[in-house]
Write a protein that binds this ligand. Sequence first.
Ligand SMILES: Cc1cc2nc3c(=O)[nH]c(=O)nc-3n(C[C@H](O)[C@H](O)[C@H](O)COP(=O)(O)OP(=O)(O)OC[C@H]3O[C@@H](n4cnc5c(N)ncnc54)[C@H](O)[C@@H]3O)c2cc1C
Length: 395
Amino acid sequence: MARVSSSATVPGSVRLTEEQILLRDAVRELADDRIAPRAAEIDRTAEWPEDVRRLLADHDIFGIPFAEQFGGLGADLLTLCLAIEQISRACATSGLILAVQALGAIPIQVAGTPEQQERWLPGLASGERLIAFGLTEADAGSDPSGIRTRAVRDGDEYVIDGSKRFISHGSVADYVVVFAVTNPDAEKASRRLSAILVETDRPGFKVTRLEHKMGIRGSPTAELAFDGVRVPVTNRLGDEGQGFAIAMQTFERSRPGIAAQAVGLAQGALEVAARYANERRQFGKPIADLQMVQAMLADMDAATESARHLLYTACQEIEAGTPDAARWAAICKLVGGDTAMRVTTDAVQVLGGYGYIDEYPVERMMRDAKITQLYEGTQQIQRLIVARSLLAKHQ
Ligand SMILES: Cc1cc2nc3c(=O)[nH]c(=O)nc-3n(C[C@H](O)[C@H](O)[C@H](O)COP(=O)(O)OP(=O)(O)OC[C@H]3O[C@@H](n4cnc5c(N)ncnc54)[C@H](O)[C@@H]3O)c2cc1C
């Protein structure tokens, strides 16, 4: 995979490599043929699509964000986002399968020892094992300093007590990276947490609730309880007290995945709306001939393309090691999420009453789009990150 050095990168100069184009098109074809026909049913039944998980595993799609030494494809962040975008264009729940697998693996990739990586990454790269990312709690959403889950050292083990809320794939995952308080008296709040990988078959681990949601309904969002769960100290990722830093580093590489989900949703809705406009006739002609409809479609196209290019630039900047990774990740998620919400809402408008019923996919896409403005940090939190970075540069 071609690497672009930070100094050589002019933001906005993204060109996909031959490899990236081939992978994008292969994933799009697979999504069109095998995932799109399942999307409405996944939404209606709100059941975890194990068949889609198998499909992604069989086509090595889980391997995209993993190094070749662990059985992965060794691709870069942009390539991962191309795949998430194409899957989400057909089904946002399915796109999230890949995004969450990448999210949960990042703490191992950035903070794991070679032994830990060898132990856990091959199963994740093949899709045989699933992983979840457990940061949020009932009283700790935007503010992780509210985390109460404790991990207390007992010899060579940690004993974990507490609970996590809103954990994507928490009920189907084999592992959860749990952010727990190990240093309650740390001087800095940011040094209280450690990241610990918990195998979900350990005694004391329990899924206590699954949420009924507006969108991404096939993606199980779980409440998890940890009741004296014992894990070896060798399951800790990084040093004690590094948990917060690991979580923030993770978001720098995972937020683009959510932006990719958002761009895919916008693109999917745009295509449905354009096709419908050509077919639907009112006043004796296709509604595509009406300039107000054309203007809506043009704005949707321009917004989606802008969000896409911003995302691709962000991926390249982050991959090249920019010191501004948090800002790039926040900007692309902010713009991507707002674009997905606006474009999917306008797609419903283009379809009129038909947009509002489940005979067409745009109402599902509109419901799915909302989550991209909420998880992995709300849009308000993304704005805080961008503003902080901007203001620090102009003191
Ligand atoms: C479907 C789903 C899947 C999820 N998956 C995961 C997962 O896999 N792992 C995980 O750890 N978490 C996950 N989450 C949690 C998600 O990341 C949080 O819901 C999100 O970070 C917001 O936290 P909160 O819901 O507690 O909202 P709150 O933090 O209570 O925010 C409420 C409102 O206040 C605003 N607000 C809060 N603080 C500020 C501030 N400082 N400035 C301005 N406005 C502010 C917010 O923007 C929001 O509008 C998931 C959530 C959902 C709904």
